[in-house]
Write a protein that binds this ligand. Structure first.
Ligand code: ADP
Ligand code: MG
Length: 674
């Protein structure tokens, strides 16, 4: 169970307590009774039934009546330990069998004289396993070990770690007392106080660590200086911007400019919902780097997206005479050699590409900034390699359209600076999202026909789940044939893109769709992020019940990018599980990525949310960032407030905190780079 030390045992918290002062009577049992605690005499017991149906049945009697207790497992053990004629405390869940109440696998405890006196106390129940139980380490025995441990522990072994003023202000129980009370509380209130204290401590320490990383980077990191806005930036901004920037885009660019001018390394997360216009921000920031004599690099998670960025950015920057190159896995050797040479010489200023740009052979002369689009596809280790590409670490801007709930952002990205584009470009019409059953497929096909007649283009997305790649592939092919039957050539042309195609074929299919040679794009989720075809106005998602919320939202974000009214149609089978139904309901009721992210967090829990780091960093022992949100915010405010006043924790009242952090050191240390 992961218990190796006394400390582990202390941290093995009970999942509930049984109030042994609240004894009921057998005669009080009704069909509504759930868990119940009884005292009485164990009469006789016997093994009945054969083989699979073999069970131990005991008759239990209190002053009001009789009740049957039944065991299906551990029969031998129970037979050995039960003593008929003795007084027992019996606890368990009441069930009914042929109209008679019974308790299956009750907890049994010989009644001691102390209990008989009716002393009120809450008994902890600990998580354990069947295997441990048969070896005599059931919930109760774990409790006994813990009790013994607590009885010999002195306060100095569990010293206070929170500063006195915080304890006082929040009226928190001391650490030593909290550990006692969470295991053996005298009352429900004591238990709750202990839990609150320990949860706060967990969250506060985590926030403090994040805050210290942030503050240390702000104070001590060395960074490339972008202190002037030069000709390239200015002439592009004044003469070649394809549209007026939104207020949010301007603000974010200011934030980044400010941050990169200070001589410290920027490590910033830029969030903006799908279609909010992050690419142009990246372009302007890259120009800022070049104006200051540095190189810039933009990294994308997929070949398709890298291609698209390359095209968009090179055609934009052509106007100011800046060359852009692309490196992906399929870049030809000769071309690659030339690019690598120009990069290390410094004549090539801007590079776009896939993760191929972080290979060691790619050496820059003076890399000033790395922009990572849709970062959740990149692992920490990969990013750390980028970090090493220059004597002074480049600035890092991570762009993501996967909205991250506030609490998650605080816990998972609390050490990053943060910008958000919270405004969509003007003139966008909200996307209409509907749910249709597969049985209405032909109606859906009729609908897209009328849209195509208006000149619009359509995406049809099929799920791709790793575990059953072959089956998914067959589904995709079947789907493709099906669409083709509805929309035959030469009136209609269809592009198809999926993970098994060679890069060149993917690219060709994508290109034909972008250039409107084809009206329909049949694809797996490879087009999930970033792809930008403003004329496409209908997104059909097949087997939508198989997708997660953030994926559905990303896919929907492929439409609604132009001036035309756009639609997202979620096709599902007729049988939907509760969670799937909830996801579909969420999608049809809101377009707001942040609302969707909050819902996603509620449905799946923090560990599984895309766009976050490894779940381990979000797993607290007691606290939950979903349920304990107010406490988390409090902990964050307290931690940041404290660091503002005493960033190095040198004041007397913060000494014990500093000591504690020091002892824990090495337990969790994030890499310097997001
Ligand atoms: P995302 O944030 O999802 O990466 P993009 O950068 O791909 O968004 O932008 C989405 C679309 O909106 C693109 O077609 C882009 O040209 C357009 N766009 C971005 N900013 C503006 C703006 N301020 N006004 C009008 N259109 C814009
Ligand atoms: Mg994008």
């Amino acid at each position: 169970m992961g218990i190796f030390t006394f400390n582990d045992l202390l941290q093995h918290f009970p999942y509930r307590h049984v109030d042994k002062s609240k004894v009921s009577l057998v005669s009080e049992i009704s069909v509504n009774t759930d868990f119940i605690l009884l005292t009485g005499v164990l009469m006789d017991f016997d093994v009945i039934g054969q083989k699979g149906g073999k069970r131990l049945v005991a008759q239990f009697k209190d002053k009001s009546g009789m009740l049957e207790l039944t065991w299906f497992q551990g029969i031998n053990w129970m037979q050995k330990t039960l003593q008929s004629g003795q007084l027992y405390l019996v606890y368990g869940k009441v069930g009914f069998f042929q109209g008679k109440p019974q308790i299956i696998h009750p907890e049994m405890e010989l009644l001691t004289s102390e209990m008989e006196k009716g002393k009120s106390f809450l008994e902890p129940v600990y998580p354990t396993t069947e295997k441990l139980k048969t070896r005599g380490l059931g919930a109760k025995q774990i409790g006994k070990l813990t009790q013994t441990l607590l009885s010999i522990l002195q306060e100095k072994v569990i010293p206070e770690n929170l500063p006195p003023n915080i304890l006082k202000q929040l009226k928190l129980t001391s650490r030593f007392k909290a550990y006692r009370q969470i295991h053996f509380p005298q009352s429900q209130q004591e238990y709750e106080e202990a839990v609150r204290r320990l949860k706060f401590e967990e969250l506060f320490i985590a926030q403090l660590r994040m805050g210290m990383l942030l503050s240390n980077r702000h104070r001590f990191s060395k960074g490339v200086v972008f202190d002037k806005v030069g000709d390239l930036f200015n002439s592009f901004y004044k003469e070649h911007l394809p549209f007026a920037l939104t207020g949010a885009q301007k603000r974010v660019i200011r934030e980044i400019r400010f941050d990169t001018a200070k001589g410290r390394q920027m490590n910033r997360l830029l969030q903006g919902d799908v279609g909010s216009g992050k690419t142009i921000v990246a372009v302007l920031i890259m120009l800022l780097a070049v104006d200051n004599g540095y190189q810039a690099c933009l990294m994308a998670p997929t070949e398709i997206l890298a291609q698209q960025h390359y095209k968009t950015i090179s055609s934009l920057l052509e106007k100011v005479g800046v060359t852009v190159k692309l490196i992906t896995g399929s870049t030809k050797a000769a071309e690659r050699k030339k690019i690598l040479n120009d990069l290390s010489e410094g004549s090539l200023k801007i590079l776009t590409g896939t993760h191929a740009v972080i290979e060691d052979v790619v050496q820059f002369k003076n890399l000033g900034i790395v922009i990572i689009d849709e970062q959740h596809r990149f692992g920490v280790a990969q990013r750390a390699r980028l970090w090493q590409k220059g004597p002074v670490p480049p600035h890092v801007l991570v762009m993501t359209a996967t909205p991250i709930p506030r609490t998650l952002a605080m816990t998972a990205y609390g050490d990053l600076d943060y910008s958000v584009i919270d405004e969509l470009p003007p003139g966008r019409q909200p996307i209409t999202t509907v749910h249709r059953y597969e049985s209405h497929r032909s109606k859906v096909m009729d609908f897209i026909k009328t849209e195509m007649e208006k000149g619009r283009q359509v995406y049809i997305i099929f799920p791709l789940i790793e575990e059953s790649a072959k089956l998914d592939y067959e589904n995709l092919m079947k789907g493709y044939e099906n669409v083709k039957a509805y929309f035959p050539e030469p009136k209609y042309w269809i592009s198809m893109v999926h993970g098994r195609q060679p890069a060149a074929q993917k690219e060709l299919n994508m290109k034909r769709f972008v250039e409107r040679d084809t009206q329909i794009m049949v694809s797996t989720t490879v087009i999930e992020v970033g792809v930008d075809v403003p004329n496409a106005s209908v997104m059909i998602i097949e087997s939508a019940e198989k997708f997660g919320l953030s994926q559905l939202h990303q896919l929907r974000g492929r439409v609604g990018r132009g001036a035309e009214k756009s639609y997202c149609i979620l096709l599902t089978g007729s049988k939907l599980g509760n969670d799937a139904r909830e996801r579909i309901r969420t999608m049809t009721s809101t377009n707001n990525g942040f609302e969707i992210a909050e819902q996603d967090l509620r449905l799946r829990g923090p560990g599984d949310i895309e766009g976050t780091r490894q779940s381990g960093e979000l797993n607290f022992r007691l606290a939950s960032i979903v349920q304990d949100r107010p406490l988390l915010e409090l902990a964050r405010n307290m931690a940041l407030g404290l660091l503002k006043e005493d960033p190095d924790l040198i004041s007397a009242e913060n000494l014990q905190l500093k000591e504690f952090l020091h002892q824990q050191k090495g337990a969790i240390l994030w890499s310097k780079i997001s």
